[in-house]
Write a protein of this length. Structure first.
Length: 254
């Protein structure tokens, strides 16, 4: 009972007034300093560590709002850190943006598969990183689901989850049950890339073993139809090459 209460209070704690706390894990001092400077300018509270062990300790101790994690670290790699963060119940929910040094798709996909929320490829502009950080924080701090009403919104797109009703640009949109589940899944995890396999398992309501056997092409086909039915709002469903799909993170003024 006491535990439950604590969890509830933590979940309901007002986050918007307090500065976002970001943990930056990067062993290259120049890059770490640049990232820290950019984020601090945005009134974020930044802590910098230079290796994986320190990162895990700081994540446990500080429970930051976001972790920016370089994948190329000495000793414990960024992949190991990410896997460990996702394994521990205390740190599982902390959003992570990975910095990948290589342009290789493989690194990016592996990071996302391990549960990263987004990635930035080096070399990156400070502005690019800042946009990603803002997007992830916005999503975490302002959940898409409005309290009580179960309404999901994105631009002119409105999904009334209880009524199973979808409107875009004021017009009602007629979706198949699968298209509807796909849309809700993508919207609920807005700004976060979903693999084809995850979408198959979720939207087709089957366990992942069966989903494995279903061709992931099926997902592509349904997403294509869903995009077409949503009209201009359908553009918000972005393709994450070699991985899956993502519903674009909200803009600041939305
Ligand atoms: Ca590095």
């Amino acid at each position: 009972m006491i535990e439950e209460k604590a969890i509830e209070e933590k979940a309901m704690a007002p986050a918007r007034e307090s500065p976002a706390r970001v943990l930056v894990v990067e062993d290259e001092p120049d890059i770490a300093a640049l990232v820290a400077y950019q984020l601090a300018r945005e009134a974020m509270r930044v802590e910098t560590v230079t290796d994986g062990r320190a990162a895990l300790a700081a994540a446990d101790r500080e429970s930051p709002d976001l972790i920016v994690l370089d994948l190329m670290l000495p000793g414990l790699s960024g992949y190991d850190v990410l896997a460990e963060l996702r394994r521990r119940p205390e740190t599982r929910g902390i959003p992570v943006i990975v910095l990948t040094a290589k342009r290789e798709e493989e690194d990016r996909v592996r990071g996302l598969e391990l549960g990263a929320d987004d990635y930035v490829t080096k070399p990156f502009s400070p502005r690019e990183l800042l946009l990603r950080v803002r997007a992830v924080l916005r999503r975490v701090r302002q959940p898409a689901v409005e309290a009580g009403a179960r309404i999901l919104r994105a631009g002119s797109l409105i999904v009334d989850v209880d009524a199973h009703a979808v409107t875009a640009n004021g017009e009602s949109v007629d979706l198949t049950p699968t298209e509807y589940r796909l849309l809700v899944m993508l919207l609920e995890r807005r700004g976060r890339a979903q693999s084809r396999k995850q979408l198959l398992a979720g939207a087709w309501d089957m366990d992942s073993e069966v989903a494995d056997r279903l061709k992931t092409r099926t997902v592509d086909m349904h997403v294509r139809r869903l995009r077409a039915k949503l009209g201009p709002e359908g553009d918000a469903i972005e393709t994450v090459r070699g991985f899956g799909y993502r519903f674009r993170a909200p803009e600041a003024q939305e």
